[in-house]
Ligand binder design. Structure first.
Ligand code: XMP
Length: 508
């Protein structure tokens, strides 16, 4: 398929660039800097991403110089602009003033196709320390800001563009238009990306590959595994085994939901494992230890089912998404493990099955769209992410049955109120955290000494960074009142106003 390639130098916005291009209807892939140039097939344009590095720094990621000789249009963004200047003998220095935030962009008279239809003075978003000091020979300035004389540059005969600002973020007012100008006017890319076509393609692919064989699927009830289940159903009917493990640490009503949407499959396997998980977690307070125990227990139980079915089943389907694929080949070196994520996709490789990963080219919002096309209701396709270890990482300290009951109740209160006020789809996640801290209060004229519930609500694009959600006071008040009234043992509700970083979204 013809595509736009994004070379990833480790910017937190790399995925956003590819998503914006796909939203414009053009297929886009992310490749690491070491991706061989010989494999750039059907590439209509190349975008060089940003990076937390500086081009002259040791270990700075750089592409193969040959990309500039392919005759394919190139757009460098932020660090990508500096990469261009570096290869074409410009000079880059640390700016005296780090330019961060909103800027007015003044477009030169020779505006080129990149700024077609855009008015000088438009708002752009900057985030950089380095800047070009000497323009590389052969390049022209096509836009500037009060602090960046080379905010956008252009090489007329080579069709190479560079911008210092970030067109992919929403803060750049005409960002979408600038990217569309690049992909359509400059790269002449075809509109070739629609989830509907891709869904049909995947159904055909599964049919051809699986044939009459059978498939095993760990079904969590979340968006990804539910979409895989529906895809399988469309492709091979009920010739697949969805296995749902009720860890007892899920949201209220999860098992019923899974039965409601997948119970018509006679092969649905439900494992009630609440007791086993609680037993394994007894006395454990350390967050990583909790995560490890839950991950292992999950695999152990799933494996038991898998072994029973191993003569019948040939494939294991997983809801791996494109960001998982990209993150598994880290560009700027291994980052420190902050949390050992567990999700139902992470199953052992030694199981004797062939892997089926039909979502591995897709971003989360594309998976949601695919879910809609496959007929799943918003109750599933619009769901907030839910961590594999479930409520266990939302109960600080030891997990007990009583605490799980409390947090589940608080969770359903929060979800109900948020949905009632139309805020569910405006937030990335909203959930409670139960603290092991007791404080003094007064309930019904009597002294109380009870637990504290934290409300955590964040906005985010991909969960990698997040901003705390500015929740209206009346909604906070409603949640707080309901929690205090309906939950025994809780007499205090507080709101978490930290962003990520420095905090993470989950508390453990
Ligand atoms: P943190 O807490 O690291 O979370 O800021 C980022 C996003 O990941 C979710 N999360 C998980 N998802 N398995 C998952 O599938 C996990 O173990 C896990 N831990 C955190 C979290 O809810 C947030 O959306």
């Amino acid at each position: 398929m013809e595509k736009i390639i994004v070379i990833d130098f480790g910017s937190q916005y790399t995925q956003l660039i590819a998503r914006r291009i796909r939203e414009a209807g053009v297929y886009s892939e992310i490749v690491p800097p070491w991706h061989p140039v010989q494999e750039f097939r059907e590439v209509k344009g190349i975008i060089l991403s940003g990076s937390p590095k500086s081009v002259y720094e040791d270990g700075a990621p750089l592409p193969d110089r040959k990309i500039f000789e392919l005759g394919i249009p190139i757009l460098g963004i932020c660090y990508g602009l500096q990469v261009i200047a570096y290869f074409f003998n410009g000079t880059i220095t640390r700016a005296e003033k780090k330019e961060y935030g909103f800027k007015e962009l003044f477009i030169s008279e020779d505006k080129t196709d990149l700024f077609e239809g855009i008015t000088s003075g438009t708002q752009v978003w900057m985030s950089h320390g380095d800047r070009i000091e000497k323009l590389p020979p052969g390049f022209k300035i096509i836009a500037y800001t009060d602090n960046s004389p080379y905010a956008a540059i252009y090489h007329p005969s080579k069709n190479i563009f560079g911008v210092q600002f970030h067109p992919e973020v929403v803060h750049t007012k005409d960002g979408r238009k600038i990217l569309e100008n690049f992909i359509f006017r400059i790269c002449k890319a075809p509109k070739n990306w629609e989830i509907k076509d891709f869904t049909e393609l995947k159904i055909r692919e599964i049919q051809e590959r699986v044939g009459k064989d059978k498939v095993l699927l760990a079904l969590s009830g979340g968006v990804d595994s539910s979409v895989v289940a529906k895809l399988l159903e469309k492709a091979i009917g009920f010739n697949y085994y969805p296995v749902f493990i009720d860890t007892g640490l899920l949201k209220l009503g999860e098992k019923a939901r899974v039965k409601k949407y997948f119970g018509n499959n006679p092969n649905l396997i439900i494992i009630d494992a609440e007791k086993e998980f609680l037993e394994a977690l007894k006395g454990i307070e350390n967050p990583e230890e909790k995560r490890r125990i839950i991950g292992h227990k999950f695999i152990e139980l799933f494996e038991k089912e898998a072994v029973k079915l191993k003569d019948e089943v040939k494939y294991l389907a997983q809801g791996t998404l494109y960001p998982d694929v990209i993150e598994s080949r880290s560009v700027i070196g291994p980052s420190e493990v902050i949390k050992s994520h567990h999700n139902v996709g992470g199953l052992p490789e030694y199981l004797p099955f062939e892997l089926l990963e039909p979502l591995k080219e897709l971003f989360k919002d594309e998976v949601r769209e695919m879910g809609k096309i496959l007929g799943l209701p918003p109750e599933i396709t619009e769901r907030h992410p839910f961590p594999g270890p479930g409520m266990a990482v939302r109960i600080i300290g030891e997990v007990t049955k009583e605490k799980v009951k409390l947090i589940q109740k608080a969770d359903s209160i929060i979800e109900e109120v948020i949905k009632k006020h139309g805020l569910y789809n405006k937030t990335w996640q909203v959930f409670p955290v139960l603290l092991p801290v007791k404080s003094v209060g007064v309930k019904g004229d009597r002294r109380s000494y009870e637990y504290t519930v934290v409300i955590r609500a964040v906005e985010s694009i991909d969960g990698m960074t997040a901003d705390w959600f500015r929740m209206p006071y009346n909604v906070l008040n409603e949640i707080s009142t309901k929690i205090i009234n309906e939950l025994e043992n809780v007499n205090r509700v507080v709101y978490d106003i930290t962003s990520k970083p420095p905090a993470t979204i989950e508390w453990e």
